[in-house]
Ligand binder design. Structure first.
Ligand code: ATP
Length: 324
């Protein structure tokens, strides 16, 4: 049985990370374990930047966005020397198992540590929702609701002035957030990396929307789409005859990451955090904790790093029908 475990947050921050740190800490303390928080992701492992966490230290954070432990992207950890150094620090600190809260890259890092002999459990957390092993990852619901609120607001002003809006939504190379916020916000067109769509197509859809009597048109453009929202807006500037609306561009950017986690994300964080510690207590490690078919599951990290998460493109087709 482990005596002391570590917990860290890595990669982009996601709403619900704090709630997950709280759940990990309290489940572990309840089971009689000591918990060390590792600050600034994998760089804190290399630098030995630890803080002891008890039940009171994680009080009051359930409703807060961001992460108490800070997060970071650490290039040094991608090297063998960086990973060896992290392992040495963990051993020196008496940390016998680690919980890694983060996305794709972070779980690749977790897999490396597990291959070096450290028992690790990952918690699926990224607003991009591009991590296999969990149908929805921690932070997605909050980011989605923030994007949706922005789209709803833009739609109101667009209708009042007969405007078209291009709204750029985060998600790196994954179109999930753009697709879902576009469906929920009733966008006329959604451009995502998984289904490339050029400015001419967007112009055509905007024109057709006008002809059907729409007073606004909303294009949700994923951050990783083949043509960026800025490139599309340049196209309209140089081809003004192709659009019957006054065009505006809004980039949501990091606004999507901040704010209080939704109830869904807090509950998911509680379930993920508790399950991660329970997995370690049951001697199950080198796995990712996720949500599949409504149940908390564990999937081998070795599978996670090989797999890709597909996007349901039928939903894109459906959104086109629903926007007539
Ligand atoms: P998000 O989806 O929010 O961006 P992420 O976990 O995918 O989160 P990354 O920046 O890809 O974010 O990765 C976070 C950190 O994980 C990196 O800075 C690095 O320290 C570590 N990491 C990423 N890829 C690897 C890898 N192949 N091997 C070891 N460590 C890695």
């Amino acid at each position: 049985m482990f005596k002391r475990i570590g917990v860290l947050t890595s990669g982009g921050d996601a709403a619900g990370m704090n709630a997950a740190i709280r759940a990990v800490t309290r489940t572990a303390v309840y089971a009689g374990l000591e918990v060390m928080g590792v600050r600034k992701g994998f760089s804190g492992l290399i630098d030995g930047d630890f803080i002891p966490l008890g039940a009171r230290e994680v009080g009051g954070i359930i409703s807060k966005g961001g992460t108490l432990l800070k997060s970071a992207r650490c290039l040094e950890f991608k090297t063998e020397a960086g990973q060896d150094s992290a392992l040495r620090t963990l051993k020196k600190e008496g940390i016998e198992a680690l919980i890694v809260i983060g996305g794709n890259g972070s779980q690749a890092g977790a897999h490396r540590l597990s291959a070096l002999g450290m028992p690790v459990v990952g918690i699926a957390s990224t607003i991009d929702n591009d991590l296999p092993g969990s149908e929805i990852t921690l932070g997605v619901d909050t980011a989605l609701n923030i994007a949706l609120e922005a789209i709803d607001r833009l739609k109101t002003t667009a209708s009042s002035h007969k405007r078209a809006f291009l709204v750029e939504v985060m998600g790196r190379n994954c179109g999930y957030l753009a697709l879902m916020s576009g469906i929920a916000g009733g966008a006329e067109i959604i451009a995502i990396p998984e289904a490339p769509c050029g400015p001419e197509t967007i112009a055509e859809i905007f024109r057709a929307s006008n002809e059907r009597g729409k007073t606004h048109a909303i294009g949700v453009i994923a951050e990783g789409a083949k043509f960026s929202a800025l490139e599309i807006s340049h196209y309209f500037k140089t081809h003004p005859e192709t659009i019957d609306f006054d065009l505006r561009l809004t980039t949501l950017g990091h606004v999507q990451r901040g704010g209080q986690p939704t109830a869904f994300d807090r509950i998911l964080a509680a379930r993920f955090g508790a399950a991660a510690v329970n997995a370690l207590l049951c001697n199950e490690s080198n796995v990712l904790v996720g949500l599949q078919k409504g149940k908390i599951t564990t999937t081998a990290l070795s599978e996670i790093v090989k797999a890709k998460k597909p996007l349901d493109l039928g939903l894109l087709e459906m959104s086109r029908v629903l926007s007539i």
